[in-house]
Design a protein around this ligand. Structure first.
Ligand SMILES: Cc1cc2nc3c(=O)[nH]c(=O)nc-3n(C[C@H](O)[C@H](O)[C@H](O)COP(=O)(O)OP(=O)(O)OC[C@H]3O[C@@H](n4cnc5c(N)ncnc54)[C@H](O)[C@@H]3O)c2cc1C
Length: 363
């Protein structure tokens, strides 16, 4: 049984295997590819991307649903705890993001949001936080999203007000990815010049309103808008507080990671097109992201986003009219690359991207 055969029956491969009393992990293990060594996480990511994620990517896009088996597989194979492993360095983590994104951007995008909560729980000095949250998050038994609304410059859309025993949250989190696939939200809210980081349960209620967003790409990420209306967070869920002035240097040094999502899209495009001039550009952008500094990362991010867009356009033009049929790779990759022009952006990235996309006009 293959994914296309399962799709012909209107089912996911995971569902068909479940009917047979098998799990996807066991089936793949029987196929001889499962490895356990840390060094082989990247190899596992490659196999998952090529054998599981990419064959289902068009279906994920057209149905707007990520099969639960995809995220379960990533959890079973240790990918939800990646950020907490001392033996997985930043370069390996980045390569895994790129590799998984080359399989299915929506699945990778949802999975990627989880790691902020893992790190927050792991490093928290608040009594009880690590004990309660870290292990379930590391194992992917709990799955998390993140809202960074409270770290934006200027007036924060989400305020935290100190009260006895905790904080009250008021305002909005305009973008939260993974709704319905996460049970935990790591949220940043602002109390004056302080960022308050907390872990919340995602159950909606009278103080937490949820509005789904209608997206033209990665719709399967189930990204929503949240409204907090006097939402109480007890102290034992506050992972930490940070002076706002300490955020900007951290953010500038960590801008690179989202660039590997764009790189993953570009990688898939290059593989669909076949070896050509874009491969050299791909290698150069990867080096720029891998070796980036706070000063150079915005340009590297912009280069990655622009390359993904051009590579997706190349797939579309090369394929011809069939590329705009629903389910075709070309149109999906162009829409995904469009999303990556704006996701996780900063003013410096935007300025460099505008310079790049307007270049043709001025030549
Ligand atoms: C489909 C989709 C899903 C998204 N999912 C999430 C999610 O799950 N969690 C989440 O937190 N965000 C999420 N975002 C938001 C996105 O990452 C930010 O909005 C983006 O970084 C900046 O977008 P913007 O240029 O429209 O600026 P705005 O979001 O309007 O922000 C205004 C200003 O604040 C700056 N800014 C925004 N975010 C930060 C930050 N974290 N640190 C420093 N400065 C910042 C921007 O550069 C900009 O100058 C999602 C966005 C999209 C399109």
């Amino acid at each position: 049984m293959t994914i296309p055969q399962a799709a012909e029956q209107g089912k996911t491969l995971t569902a068909v295997l479940a009917e047979q009393g098998k799990t996807l992990t066991a089936a793949l293990e029987k196929g001889g590819w499962r490895t356990t060594m840390v060094d082989h996480m990247l190899d596992k990511a490659r196999r998952i991307a090529d054998d599981v994620l990419f064959p289902a990517a068009a279906r994920v896009d057209t149905t707007g649903v990520i099969p639960a088996g995809h995220l379960d597989l990533l959890a079973q194979e240790g990918f939800y705890g990646l950020a907490a492993r001392d033996d997985v360095d930043g370069a390996t983590f980045a390569r895994i993001v790129e590799t998984l994104a080359s399989g299915c951007l929506a699945t990778t995008f949802v999975w990627l949001q989880h790691h902020s909560a893992v790190t927050g729980a792991d490093k928290s000095v608040t009594a009880g936080v690590r004990g309660k949250w870290f292990e379930p998050l590391r194992l992917g038994q709990r799955r998390a999203g993140v809202s960074q609304a409270g770290v934006r410059p200027g007036p924060s859309p989400l305020a935290a007000r100190r009260v006895t025993g905790g904080y009250i949250l008021d305002g909005e989190a305009p973008w939260v990815t993974g709704w319905g696939m996460i049970d935990t939200l790591r949220v940043a809210a602002r109390d004056g010049d302080t960022i308050v980081w907390a872990l919340l349960d995602t159950a909606p209620g009278p103080t937490l309103g949820v509005t789904p967003l209608d997206l033209v790409a990665v719709a399967a990420s189930h990204t929503v808008h949240l409204r907090f209306d006097g939402h109480f967070v007890p102290d034992e869920q506050v992972t930490g507080v940070l002076a706002y002035s300490d955020w900007a240097p951290w953010d500038a040094a960590n801008l690179g990671l989202n660039g590997y999502l764009a790189l993953g899209v570009a990688v898939r495009c290059c593989r669909l097109i076949g070896r050509g001039p874009l491969n050299a550009e791909l290698d150069a952008v990867r080096v720029a992201l891998d070796t980036g500094t706070p000063q150079t990362l915005p340009a590297a991010r912009a280069a990655a986003a622009e390359l993904a867009l051009r590579a997706a356009a190349t797939v579309t033009v090369t394929t011809g009219s069939r590329a705009v049929l629903a389910g075709a790779h070309g149109q999906r990759l162009v829409r995904e690359a469009t999303f990556l022009l704006v996701f996780g952006s900063r003013p410096t990235i935007r300025a460099e991207l505008l310079r790049r996309v307007q270049r043709g006009r001025n030549e």
